[in-house]
Design a protein around this ligand. Structure first.
Ligand code: GLA
Length: 741
């Protein structure tokens, strides 16, 4: 039983394989947090709740104000005396803001409900291993009903949360905040782990001490953003990859979010996650309900590594729906860095041909094939082929690519419009903007108001027609600017505060439409590189373009941060030319390929111009991708060293589920003179198995004669010689036999 209720104590216990989560109800009906951590087999005692009431009068009779200041709420509300960060902020028809929730009832069900219009994890084939607790709370004054949803994924050690807020009264209410989850705990000198960045520097892991007050990690850019990913973990100071406690939250949402850690005067920490309240004002008329997007919570008592593996297996089994998710993806070549906008049919076919000769399996045509788009200041919104550039249109190009025996992919950016486009000239009011104010352009473009059905329909129809002119095997859905000038012609004042959330819902609806209409297309999401790399997008596409920075050394950092939460095979990772377009660095093509092997593999260059000696290596790299991708995509990931933290070398390991195979990737970022070899300790192997080792370096494979016991690899380590700048090596371990325990 994953969820148990103790009537006597009015407590709920949510158990997964290694964790427990306890919730209780007080004598007044407040719903509070008792415990989250290692699995326990009991309920809380008399002192279960932290109550730090001030000494004095509070001793005699529970004083509400002092009580609210310290009680660990499961879903705190604003306006009635709890001054910490809250989840729910409601305004009544008279303009007053206050809300207080009391326990009403509960329900426990096997499986997990869908969240209407929102991406969310699902039970799938493991219906029996997932249970959901519905806690119903009510505000009798506002006549507001709040259902807190907790779904326990037993095997993955994850709990998902959401909240449904319903107006059961007759007055119109306004939600100024409706967060999804809260975790209210005692402080343990917590530190925060977040993923920070910028364009081309996405998701760098960042760790810092949690100070008193409210620390917010958020995005108000309309997308989940490269600046801060919708992920927050609180960790104890001793936490490493292998040890220490981790409380993590990840938001299944692709728009504005706030992840908050509020360290109170009493030393308690309240961690919340949800839609950012900035420019959020949701009208809740009588009878209406609002569903807060899902938060995934993971607790690990064995360091960040175990947290990572929980997220990976949850997302693989219970979030990504694509029929491609368990398949090797075709190795692609994308022409963006190879040609930018300067191409025509012949040039693209020449690149595809050269790529086919070395074994590449799919050709992807990036930006610039439609409207008058010869540079990035026009054409977005005109989703019909530019026949001047592509003589014979998509039909001829698609046919030529397919005739080569390759798959054909295409780039689109459906949410956007260029002021210099036929679409904008016909419908200037279709862009998001504030009337009378010149809208701020970014990359010369505006954002379409896709919250309007006619806009979504028009764009989807154009795209559908383009896709119907030839067989499209793959689509890269891009989104290249943030949202500002938040104004919509679709509604009155009450609509404007809903626009940012409605935008995300509309985006999800458009993606759902296209994946339903074209079920065989492999979709890859993208947003100026990796500006929308979040679990929400993974629900619609099994891979996301990780970053516009394709330099292998920069990618080490970006991919380490991304893989902290997201499965490796979801990261689009390509080999590009040198000197690198973003940083000018020269990295051997072998290392470029070894780093890209950690994700969904491809090439991003003009194959007709790649030096011959580099080209020769490509067939071997593609073979390696197919040989090892199953391990990367289905196995457990262990981060063995981070070059960001210590010495300048980077190392990670992928171990198959049955522990029969492992791949260790070692990259020397900078060489050091006069240094010796180092021992790298493997993880996750079978200690009673004996492994055979193959070393793959410089295109050569060396099979080692000696055998390596799993326990020796994990405890003594594998001796790795010092390498020079940007050199790398792969160590492939295969179990040969078992030894007596
Ligand atoms: C974004 C993407 C790139 C490329 C360009 C095209 O920046 O991240 O990969 O598709 O747009 O304009």
């Amino acid at each position: 039983m994953a969820i148990t209720y103790c009537r006597e104590k009015e407590q709920f216990r949510l158990d997964s394989a290694h964790t427990s989560y306890l919730i209780g109800v007080t004598q007044e009906g407040y719903v509070g947090h008792i415990y989250y951590g290692e699995r326990v087999n009991c309920f809380g005692g008399e002192d279960a709740f932290r109550l730090d009431e001030v000494p004095g009068p509070g001793k005699r009779k529970r004083e509400k104000c002092a009580f609210l200041a310290s009680f660990p709420f499961e879903y705190p509300t604003a306006g009635v005396g709890d001054f910490r960060d809250s989840c729910l902020d409601v305004e009544n028809e008279a303009g007053q803001r206050g809300c207080e929730l009391f326990y009403d009832s509960y329900k426990i069900e096997t499986g997990k409900p869908l969240l209407p219009g929102l991406p969310a994890t699902f039970a799938g084939d493991e219906e029996e291993d997932v249970q959901t607790l519905y806690l119903i709370l009510k505000d009798p004054v506002l006549k507001l009903k709040v259902t807190l949803l907790y779904s326990v994924f037993e095997k993955e050690d994850a709990i998902t949360r959401s909240a449904v807020i319903e107006n059961e009264g007759t007055q119109r209410l306004m939600l100024h905040r409706a967060a999804s989850a809260c975790l209210d705990m005692d402080n343990r000198a917590f530190e925060t782990v977040t993923l920070e960045g910028a364009w081309a520097r996405e998701r760098h892991p960042q760790r810092g001490r949690l100070l008193r007050g409210r620390s917010e990690f958020s995005s108000i850019r309309g997308v989940s953003s490269p600046q801060l990913n919708p992920f927050l973990a609180l960790v104890t100071p001793e936490t490493t990859q292998r040890a220490g406690e981790v409380y993590a939250m990840n938001f299944v949402y692709s728009g504005n979010f706030a992840a908050v850690a509020d360290l109170s005067m009493y030393g308690s920490v309240r961690m919340t996650m949800g839609i950012h309240p900035w420019q959020f004002a949701w009208n809740l008329c009588a009878g209406e309900s609002f569903t807060a997007p899902e938060v995934v919570m993971v607790y690990s008592g064995e360091g960040l590594g175990k947290m990572t593996r929980s997220f990976h297996s949850l997302y693989r089994k219970h979030l990504i729906r694509s029929p491609y998710k368990d398949k090797d993806r075709p190795v692609l070549i994308n022409n963006w860095e190879g040609t930018y906008f300067d191409f025509d049919t012949e040039k693209l076919i020449a690149i595809a041909k050269a790529a086919k000769e070395v074994g590449v399996e799919m050709f992807v045509m990036d930006d610039g094939w439609f409207g008058k788009r010869n540079n990035d200041d026009c054409g977005l919104g005109d989703w019909y082929v530019n026949e001047e550039k592509l003589v014979g249109g998509l039909t001829r190009l698609g046919q030529a690519i397919h005739d080569l025996g390759m798959k054909f992919g295409i780039w689109i950016e459906p949410e956007m419009v260029s002021p210099d486009s036929d679409l904008f000239r016909a419908h200037p009011d279709w862009a998001i903007q504030i009337p009378g104010r010149e809208p701020t352009l970014a990359r010369h473009q505006l954002v379409l108001d896709i919250t309007r059905k006619e806009v979504r329909d028009a764009v989807c129809d154009m795209i559908r027609s383009a896709f119907n002119t030839t067989k499209i095997d793959y689509v890269k859905w891009d989104m290249n600017r943030y949202l500002c000038d938040i104004g919509s012609a679709a509604g009155g004042p009450e609509y404007q505060g809903e626009l940012l959330h409605r935008y995300v819902l509309a985006l999800y609806e458009m993606q759902e439409r296209l994946i339903t209409d074209f079920p065989d297309i492999l979709f890859e999401n993208c947003s100026s590189g990796g500006a929308r790399f979040d679990p929400g997008m993974l629900y619609f596409s099994p891979q996301i373009w990780t970053s516009d920075d394709t330099d292998a050394i920069e990618r080490l950092h970006i991919q380490e941060g991304t893989a902290l939460v997201y499965p490796m095979e979801t990261m689009g990772a390509h080999v590009s030319k040198c000197p690198n377009e973003q940083v000018g660095r020269m990295v051997p093509i072998e290392t470029r390929a070894n780093v890209a092997l950690a994700g969904t593999f491809g090439y991003e260059l003009d194959m007709t111009r790649l030096p011959e000696e580099e080209k020769k290596k490509i067939p071997g790299q593609i073979a390696r991708y197919h040989r090892f991708h199953g391990l990367v995509a289905g196995g457990d990931y262990y981060r063995l060293n981070s070059w960001c933290e210590e010495e300048p070398w980077d190392c990670w390991e992928n171990v198959s589920e049955d522990r029969a195979q492992a791949l260790i990737t070692y990259v020397q970022v900078l060489g050091r003179p006069n240094t010796g070899s180092r021992l790298v300790r493997a993880e996750g192997l079978d200690p009673y198995a004996v492994y055979h080792l193959t070393i793959l370096k410089d295109g050569e494979e060396t099979e080692m004669k000696q055998e390596f016991p799993g326990s020796a690899l994990m405890h003594f380590g594998l001796r790795i010689p010092a390498l020079g700048d940007f050199q790398s090596v792969l160590y492939y371990l295969e179990k040969t036999r078992e030894e007596e325990p």
